[in-house]
Design a protein around this ligand. Structure first.
Ligand code: SF4
Length: 295
């Protein structure tokens, strides 16, 4: 959950998640739809699908226990070098390097790494630097200290070098100019059209493919037929997406479309921009008494 998402946002999701899936076996036994529903609002749904697959594999291949070997951890879906090492260090106190946002900044300054830290050579230098520093014993405390150093002293802007406990080892001559990063991909603006079609107390939704695979959204339309009744913007990777919703017409349903009652909407996974649109349109249409819950 913490990949790409701040801890303050994650905490309530994490607590709810543990109440819903208290063991790895309960996670493995549930449906993908339930997993996506528990994750909705956090975004980057590939993480949820991977966690689900990971739970299944831990049960099938490792008898329901998380392995402590970093190579076995890396064989699990969604677990790369950083996550495998972080689990091995913090859960099993193994002596392994870790490079994440805070430690990357500290390491790039301590070793004066000028290569962009999001380039292959920059990443390699950071991992080598971390491997040089990590002690054989007490790696868990060391890595925690590195993260705290980055979060509290060696901050992105105005690092507090005067009070830094590792100042005498630091090779950075201009700390604030590090770390370097490659130029970011240009933001691309796109507009997507969807329809809001209701019948009595039901609403038509469509099973998503691609971006929100396995979730339910307002049906896509190819042509605008009038002025939009809802408009909102959201970001997805390097895209700035404008969601425009139009009143739906009575076309034939496709195999991916289904009618849902308001009650059912609270139990199925719906991406946040579409859930917000549905709530606003239901409120506008029927008043506050009949609409799905915000989540
Ligand atoms: S001396 Fe300054 S730049 Fe170097 S690690 Fe400490 S805070 Fe960061």
């Amino acid at each position: 959950m913490l990949q790409q998402t701040q801890a303050a946002t994650v905490v309530p999701y994490y607590n709810r998640w543990l109440r819903r899936f208290p063991t790895v076996r309960s996670l493995a036994a549930t449906t993908e739809s339930d997993v996506l529903h528990a994750w909705q609002g956090l975004g980057y749904y590939t993480r949820a699908r991977n966690l689900h697959r990971c739970g299944k594999m831990i049960v099938e291949k490792f008898g329901g226990r998380l392995p402590n070997d970093p190579d076995e951890l890396k064989s699990l879906p969604g677990i790369g070098l950083y996550t495998a090492n972080a689990i091995a260090v913090f859960a099993f106190d193994q002596s392994l390097p870790i490079v994440e946002a805070n430690t990357a900044r500290v390491l790039s300054r301590l070793f004066n790494i000028r290569a962009p830290i999001d380039s292959t050579s920059g990443r390699q230098k950071l991992w080598e630097a971390s491997a040089k520093l990590v002690p054989q014993k007490g790696a868990r405390h060391f890595q925690n200290a590195m993260m705290d150093l980055g979060a509290l002293i060696c901050t992105a802007h105005n690092p507090c070098c005067q009070i830094c406990p590792v100042k005498k080892f630091c090779r950075a001559d201009k700390p604030a100019s590090l770390p370097r990063k490659r130029q970011r991909a240009r933001t691309i603006s796109i507009t997507e059209w969807h329809c809001f079609r209701t019948s009595g107390r039901t609403i038509l939704l469509e099973r998503c493919r691609q971006r929100w695979r396995g979730m339910w959204m307002l049906p896509k339309i190819q042509q605008r037929n009038s002025a939009p009744i809802h408009r909102a913007q959201f970001s997805f990777t390097h895209h700035r997406i404008t969601l425009e919703v139009f009143r739906g017409r009575s076309n034939r349903l496709t195999t991916r479309q289904r009618w849902f009652s308001c009650h059912q909407l609270n139990r199925i996974p719906i991406p946040s921009p579409h859930r917000r649109a549905i709530i606003d349109l239901f409120i506008a249409e029927r008043g506050a008494g009949l609409h799905p819950q915000r989540s």
